[in-house]
Design a binder for this molecule. Structure first.
Ligand code: WTA
Length: 563
């Protein structure tokens, strides 16, 4: 096969020479850019919002363009600063203190971002919860971290299993007609008369706990700290190429790492305005958003690109996308078909970026100053060392597929798994490496190629689904004796969730039962985790120690083996 590649765009980018940067770059130099380097006073909210107002004269500049349904609003850095301070006062009134955990469970809205900033401003630790989560997923996550309060909406409120969350003292509700026994977010905000000063924290103080699915049943609370800012600032500049005058749109939801790290924190550290679009995905609306806000840098995912592709030939031609100068992708393999489409229709390549919730920042990327090789996730960010290692942590030569590993100790690295030090240690079992759980190989030029997950974690439309969580949910249904769940390759979504099930005696398979099981997972766990395909089996393959044998399931979904 002829290796397809796109040459470097020399001379018009922030990261001018990758090889040189690899030699000379040191994260310690990035630290000098933060105010705390001189003052010793740390808070990411100061760096991302207050500082833009206090030190850079950006108080009047738009930080957030929000659009959802009928709502269209703009927030300047100045307004975000004052609203965040009000929310901090509000939290304080309800007794929240530095280190307490606050859940944020709501669809995208300005109040979500204000709540995040206000909490972090007070040193309170944010626990973002994706809006699709249902009672059980919420109980696991809010229960595990012992959240004392949660911000939500009247629509989502009924999903909170309050009686099963003994630590939860307050529910703050954003919207009209707040339920009895809850606190009206807007009313409380309007009552604030005095705001507390910025709470200075340590660089290692927790900023947020993000629950991510792994191969085992329990979602793990990945702890990120204020120091994540060091990784975010420099990747915003060198990977996303953000510069004054840009309008940035990262389409990810703030219930996931991308929507937090790059959805607002990273661009705001550079004083760059972001677009946030609520509502469901719609190809037409998305193109309209790109044009309307004159988006210049766009960070999205292959599934979204494919959905826009399927919107038809002329969809893009109806919008003026001439401002778009840099497009990036994350979360799933960037296929050649998407790349060809972008070259033809957007007139530019898409820059793939590889990273995970655990890494906190972009890790292996394509940069404007280097040639892109089709199919490759790129080269490690300067200052980051990546390798392919075998099952004992020994480095493998180019061309060999193994575990994608990162040398531990980068600035945005997650610092703990909440309540579970053993699971944290497991990621670092082969010192000095962090084991990503992804399979990859490297070529002679040092480019990395993603080859799928090693542990059965499913990636559907870029969203991480833990197979064991879905299996145990299915097994709660009276019809299901045993379940085995795996990702099946899918042209649109990358992978779909496929469930193999063994029925209990007395049940027969039908389309109705399939619909019922789908709904059961959807309402019990989360919509994105519900299997799109089922197959009835006589038995589910188990390993010698009685766990579901993911290797065999993998063969089943690929049609390589029948039993
Ligand atoms: C996958 C999302 C292919 C990978 C930022 C990883 C990718 C998981 C890419 C993390 C990419 C991420 N190409 N696959 N460019 N980037 N992945 O934690 O399997 O939601 O382990 O973080 O997404 O998902 P997470």
């Amino acid at each position: 096969m002829l290796m397809k590649f796109i040459p470097a765009l020399l001379g018009e980018h922030n990261l001018k020479d990758y090889a040189r940067a690899r030699e000379e770059f040191d994260f310690q130099n990035v630290e000098k850019e933060f105010s705390w380097y001189a003052t010793g006073r740390v808070n990411i909210v100061y760096e991302a919002v207050d500082r833009q107002v206090e030190e850079r004269g950006l108080g009047q500049q738009v930080a957030l363009y929000f659009e959802s349904g009928d709502r269209q609003e703009e927030y300047t850095f100045g307004r975000l600063q004052s609203e965040a301070a009000r929310f901090a006062a509000f939290l304080k009134k309800y007794g929240l203190q530095k280190g307490d955990r606050l859940g944020i469970f709501m669809p995208r809205s300005p109040e979500l971002y204000i709540s995040f900033l206000g909490a972090a401003r007070l040193g309170v630790v944010v626990v973002p919860l994706f809006e699709a989560f249902m009672a059980e997923a919420l109980k696991d996550r809010l229960g595990d971290c012992g959240a004392v309060a949660v911000v939500t909406t009247p629509e989502l409120y009924p999903r909170l299993p309050l009686e099963q969350l003994p630590a939860l003292k307050h529910v703050f509700v954003v919207g009209e007609n707040v339920p009895a026994g809850t606190v009206d977010w807007h009313k409380e905000m309007s009552l604030v008369t005095e705001t507390p000063p910025m709470e200075w924290v340590g660089r290692e103080h927790p900023l947020f706990i993000l629950y991510a699915s792994g191969a085992d049943g329990k979602a793990r609370g990945l702890v990120h700290v204020h120091n994540i800012m060091v990784g975010l600032l420099i990747t915003a500049r060198w990977v996303h190429d953000l510069r004054p005058g840009d309008v940035y749109w990262c389409t990810a939801d703030p219930g996931w790492i991308t929507g937090i790290a790059y959805g607002f924190l990273a661009p705001w550290l550079l004083g760059i305005p972001v677009v946030v679009r609520g509502g469901r995905f719609n190809a037409e609306d998305w193109c309209a958003t790109l044009a309307k806000y004159r988006v210049s840098v766009w960070y999205s995912a292959p599934t979204a690109f494919r959905m826009i592709m399927s919107g038809g030939e002329e969809l893009l031609s109806r919008y003026d996308l001439s401002r778009l100068r840099h497009v990036l992708s994350v979360g799933e393999p960037l296929t050649e078909e998407v790349m060809e489409w972008s070259l033809a229709k957007l007139g530019q390549p898409i820059y793939d970026t590889w990273w995970m919730s655990e890494t906190g920042m972009n890790m292996i990327c394509n940069y404007r100053c280097m040639p892109i090789k089709f199919g490759s996730i790129g080269l490690p960010f300067p200052g980051i060392e990546a390798a392919v290692v075998d099952d004992e942590g020994r480095e493998l030569p180019p061309g060999k597929i193994g575990n994608l590993a990162i040398r531990a100790g980068w600035p945005a690295q997650f610092r703990a798994v909440w309540n579970d030090p053993a699971r944290y240690e497991e990621y670092f079992r082969y010192k000095p490496w962090f084991m990503s759980g992804d399979a990859a190989y490297r070529d002679e030029d040092g480019y990395f190629y993603f080859q799928g997950r090693l542990d059965g974690v499913i990636n559907t439309s870029g969203e991480r689904v833990g197979p064991a969580e879905v299996e145990s949910k299915l097994e709660e249904h009276p019809a299901v004796a045993r379940a085995g769940v795996a990702g099946k390759p899918d042209k649109l979504r990358g992978e779909i969730v496929k469930a193999f099930i063994v029925l209990n005696p007395g049940y027969t398979w039908s389309d109705e039962l399939a619909a019922e099981l789908r709904e059961f997972v959807k309402t019990g766990l989360a919509a994105h985790a519900a299997p799109r395909e089922f197959e009835v089996k006589e038995s589910i393959p188990l390993t010698r120690d009685g766990r579901v044998d993911r290797r065999v399931l993998r063969e089943w979904v690929l049609g390589l083996s029948e039993d």
